[in-house]
Design a protein around this ligand. Sequence first.
Ligand SMILES: *[C@@H]1O[C@H](CO)[C@@H](O)[C@H](O)[C@H]1NC(C)=O
Ligand SMILES: *[C@@H]1O[C@H](CO)[C@@H](O)[C@H](O)[C@H]1NC(C)=O
Ligand SMILES: *[C@@H]1O[C@H](CO)[C@@H](O)[C@H](O)[C@H]1NC(C)=O
Ligand SMILES: *[C@@H]1O[C@H](CO)[C@@H](O)[C@H](O)[C@H]1NC(C)=O
Ligand SMILES: *[C@@H]1O[C@H](CO)[C@@H](O)[C@H](O)[C@H]1NC(C)=O
Ligand SMILES: *[C@@H]1O[C@H](CO)[C@@H](O)[C@H](O)[C@H]1NC(C)=O
Ligand SMILES: *[C@@H]1O[C@H](CO)[C@@H](O)[C@H](O)[C@H]1NC(C)=O
Ligand SMILES: *[C@@H]1O[C@H](CO)[C@@H](O)[C@H](O)[C@H]1NC(C)=O
Ligand SMILES: *[C@@H]1O[C@H](CO)[C@@H](O)[C@H](O)[C@H]1NC(C)=O
Ligand SMILES: *[C@@H]1O[C@H](CO)[C@@H](O)[C@H](O)[C@H]1NC(C)=O
Ligand SMILES: *[C@@H]1O[C@H](CO)[C@@H](O)[C@H](O)[C@H]1NC(C)=O
Ligand SMILES: *[C@@H]1O[C@H](CO)[C@@H](O)[C@H](O)[C@H]1NC(C)=O
Length: 473
Amino acid sequence: MACSPCFYMSIHFLFLYLSCQPIDAHILSRSMKPLCLEDEMSALLQFKERYEIANVSGGPLAHPKTLSWKNSQDCCSWDGIECDENTGHVIVLDLGSSFLYGSIDNNSTIFQLAHPEKLNLGDNHFNYSQIPSRVGDLSRLTHLNLSASFFPGQVPSEIFKLTRLVYLNLCCSLDDRLLLEMKAPGLRRLSQNLTDLEELLLGHVNMSSQVPNTLANLSSLRRLNMDDLTGRLPNFKSSSPLKELQLRGTSFYGELPASIGNLRSLEMLDLYSCNLTGSLPMSIGNLPLLSYLDIVHNNFSGSIPASFANLSNLKYLDVGMNPFAAQSASSLSWVWKMKKLATLNLWRINLYGEIPPSIGNLSQLVELSFFGNQLSGTIPSQLMNLTQLTDLELPTNQLSCSIPSWLVNMTQLVVLDLSRNKFHGQIPSSIYRLQNLLTTFSSSNNWRCSYYHLTGYHAARVAQMLFFLNLGP
Ligand SMILES: *[C@@H]1O[C@H](CO)[C@@H](O)[C@H](O)[C@H]1NC(C)=O
Ligand SMILES: *[C@@H]1O[C@H](CO)[C@@H](O)[C@H](O)[C@H]1NC(C)=O
Ligand SMILES: *[C@@H]1O[C@H](CO)[C@@H](O)[C@H](O)[C@H]1NC(C)=O
Ligand SMILES: *[C@@H]1O[C@H](CO)[C@@H](O)[C@H](O)[C@H]1NC(C)=O
Ligand SMILES: *[C@@H]1O[C@H](CO)[C@@H](O)[C@H](O)[C@H]1NC(C)=O
Ligand SMILES: *[C@@H]1O[C@H](CO)[C@@H](O)[C@H](O)[C@H]1NC(C)=O
Ligand SMILES: *[C@@H]1O[C@H](CO)[C@@H](O)[C@H](O)[C@H]1NC(C)=O
Ligand SMILES: *[C@@H]1O[C@H](CO)[C@@H](O)[C@H](O)[C@H]1NC(C)=O
Ligand SMILES: *[C@@H]1O[C@H](CO)[C@@H](O)[C@H](O)[C@H]1NC(C)=O
Ligand SMILES: *[C@@H]1O[C@H](CO)[C@@H](O)[C@H](O)[C@H]1NC(C)=O
Ligand SMILES: *[C@@H]1O[C@H](CO)[C@@H](O)[C@H](O)[C@H]1NC(C)=O
Ligand SMILES: *[C@@H]1O[C@H](CO)[C@@H](O)[C@H](O)[C@H]1NC(C)=O
């Protein structure tokens, strides 16, 4: 008997239907992500509804995450959401850089989620509403990121209840205004309670308070970023895992304590424009991993300790604008051995004498500045070896002789500043070869020029440079 194809097909479908159903349920309960809980999904959707999507985020990965949130789907699979594998509770809410625009308050449905461990609202625009104090109810939080989100006013003290925090970012307003405030005893309470913090980012938070000695209680800190603090720096405990100490623009005064040398893990020390005085401690030389050191614009005196010679991992060294005792450039012999340096800024630190030929050792240099010293003599030809150099700034010194002709071979230069020196003679006519040069400052020297034999492109290029040079043929 011939079987009809139709009969076969329906048997086949029936078979699939019967055998697949129990397998589906099995997969769902065991290996697939759990479905999110209905009340949490509804809380998230209400949160979404409250915000306009507007052009308020600038981060590199910025995109409107909530746009893809749909009622019909499992919220655990939504962009920015992660759920606990066993319970289905939302544990990660990463809405950083999501173009959210609108205010937030204590009634936000976000606080109906009892289980978040990570909350990131950074790089959105909460329209100058205050940080709701109910954020302190999210007691499981380990990560809280409210960076650059237009929150003004006092940081609610309820945040100090979040004793599990390891990451707290309240840093940075986009326009450098201090919108957020954390007045005394905020920082004291914070450092008494949030002792597990590994990263504390409070740059641009108006604290204008004394630094509490309890700050040293934060023994797990790896990264500290603050400004607008005052007081003396605390003593740093040994065994601290601190890697980044960024105190840019704070009003810390007094000396940099010798205990800075205890921070053996330190890779970045940024004390730009603080109010520190006295000598630099020798112990800075004990920081073997230091790669970034910026102490610009303080009141450090004495001489730069020779122990700096041990900082063999330095890539960035900027010690400018400090009233160090006058010393010859060649006496900084350790500097000229730092083979990894990419940035070397020795501006306004009372250097005299000639630029030492050993500068040719620093083959990784990209930026070099001796601005505002009393250097004399000529530009050493070993500078030719610095083939990565894009910025060469030598203004306001006593450098003399003619501009070396090899300078025109440093075609990678973008910034060349030779102004306010005692150069004389002819500017090499082949200077037009410096195709990348964007800025040249060479005024107030004693140049003689004779370019009149140049024609066409070269003449135009030289005329353009003479314009920069402020000379005019
Ligand atoms: C978004 O804003 C930035 C400045 O805030 C602006 O430069 C950019 O053009 C804007 N983009 C759109 C699509 O409006
Ligand atoms: C932002 O705040 C201003 C002033 O309070 C208000 O007029 C505007 O409607 C708010 N915008 C949003 C999206 O909440
Ligand atoms: C929060 O909700 C309560 C009642 O639901 C209401 O009375 C109160 O005004 C709301 N507060 C804000 C800031 O919206
Ligand atoms: C916190 O938010 C800021 C601003 O969006 C972002 O740059 C930073 O990477 C975020 N940090 C973390 C740990 O997600
Ligand atoms: C939120 O509620 C608390 C009391 O629960 C109140 O002190 C606070 O002012 C409210 N508003 C904000 C923006 O936190
Ligand atoms: C510190 O944390 C505890 C809970 O561990 C809390 O009871 C206390 O209020 C917090 N202190 C401050 C100043 O918030
Ligand atoms: C910081 O806050 C104080 C008031 O507590 C204010 O006088 C000061 O101007 C603020 N600083 C800045 C830079 O906004
Ligand atoms: C925190 O620091 C204070 C003062 O330095 C100290 O008395 C206290 O014991 C410290 N607490 C902890 C938990 O380390
Ligand atoms: C710097 O510190 C001195 C005390 O050593 C203080 O008198 C001065 O006001 C401070 N300057 C700033 C800008 O904080
Ligand atoms: C800078 O330090 C010297 C002592 O080395 C001190 O006399 C002077 O007052 C300090 N200047 C400032 C502005 O703190
Ligand atoms: C410049 O580079 C050449 C070749 O790399 C090397 O032989 C010479 O020693 C270098 N000169 C200096 C002063 O470093
Ligand atoms: C510049 O480089 C060229 C080869 O690229 C070389 O012939 C010339 O001698 C160099 N000029 C100077 C002044 O070193």
